[in-house]
Design a protein around this ligand. Structure first.
Ligand code: KDG
Length: 322
């Protein structure tokens, strides 16, 4: 499969509580492969699009599991290096059917956090082959070298004439809002497409975001030509400068068992639709369908839909998964 989308970041192992309830009571965990950008790459591959992932893993079984999973999904892993000096990052989380789930990172000093611009340079041919670069606000939070790697990737994508998308993905466990804001704004300013939740938009704008529509318009003032507000079960909204926007109300999931990863699935569905020349409303629908599918399954990648599954959700009606 030829490479259309390039992404970079930290792929990790997720240990997810088998039963719902507080982490303090969880005794059995299932191991999944996760990491926002890796989730997007797998989401695209399942929909039939060539995706390349750039990152580092440790010389341990978890690193091997990550590479096997990504390769097995059809993601190009030529840009994934094994760093002999560091371990693969891990995060552990509980599951709750109500309220926010507790998540604990074990990723400080991890192999993924040692990504640097040389890793991007080593994958230069991926950029010349690709059409789209996707980055998130998680990677620059990990280390100075990761931040520089994201900048280097954006430079290369610009040179190669790729579309650049940026998912704000604010992780308050990794940095404070004040630390994050200037870095995330600078990346948004260099991107064509920005994805944000309403709360994340408020942090970037350093103001109450108001309505989703107002927030999207204000994000456009930072620099991107397209701003997408991800509103969870309420769907999503797109605004672009000097052109009509679009909205899609979303699909009601009968039981949300694990919403983590749904935002990445949204991004994968959205990008896939745009690569295929679909309009904004269709891209939002694909994104919402993919997001709903992930929220209904345990694990960040498990529910990423194949094309047949996506079509099934889209055909099931505007507001439900049957
Ligand atoms: O969006 C899902 C991600 O948050 C998850 O897969 C882990 O990348 C991750 C992170 O840093 O939280």
């Amino acid at each position: 499969m030829s490479i259309e989308v390039v992404t970079l970041g930290e792929a990790m192992v997720a240990l997810v509580a088998s039963d719902t309830g507080p982490l303090a009571e969880a005794t059995t965990f299932r191991r999944f492969v996760a990491g926002a950008e890796a989730n997007v790459a797998v989401g695209l591959a399942r929909l039939g699009h060539g995706a390349a992932f750039i990152g580092r893993v440790g010389p341990d079984g978890f690193g091997t599991a990550i590479v096997r999973r990504l390769r097995g999904e059809g993601v190009d892993v030529a840009g994934v290096a094994v760093d002999p000096e560091a371990r693969t990052g891990i995060f552990v989380r509980e599951r709750r059917l109500f309220g926010a789930a507790e998540l604990v990172y074990h990723r400080s000093g991890s192999a993924g956090s040692r990504l640097d611009p040389d890793d991007v340079a080593a994958a230069a041919d991926r950029f010349s082959a690709g059409r789209w670069l996707h980055v998130t606000g998680i990677t620059p939070a990990l280390s100075a070298s990761c931040r520089a790697a994201v900048d280097a990737a954006i430079d290369r994508a610009r040179e190669a004439g790729m579309t650049i998308s940026f998912d704000v993905n604010l992780r308050r466990k990794l940095w404070s809002e004040d630390e994050a804001r200037p870095v995330l704004r600078a990346i948004a300013a260099r991107s064509d497409v920005v994805f944000a939740g309403l709360d994340e938009a408020g942090v970037l704008l350093e103001a109450s975001p108001g309505s989703a529509n107002d927030a999207a318009r204000a994000l456009l003032d930072i620099g991107p030509s397209l701003a997408i507000l991800k509103l969870g079960e309420a769907g999503a909204l797109a605004r672009q400068r000097d052109h009509p926007g679009a909205a899609h109300e979303g699909f009601a999931v009968p039981l949300v068992v694990d919403p983590v990863g749904a935002g990445d699935a949204f991004v994968a569905g959205f990008i896939a639709a745009r690569l295929e020349g679909h309009d904004l409303a269709t891209a939002l629908a694909w994104g919402n369908a993919a997001g709903a599918s992930v929220a209904a399954t345990i694990g960040d990648m498990t529910g990423l839909p194949t094309r047949v599954e996506l079509e099934g959700i889209l055909a099931s009606g505007p507001d439900t998964i049957r």
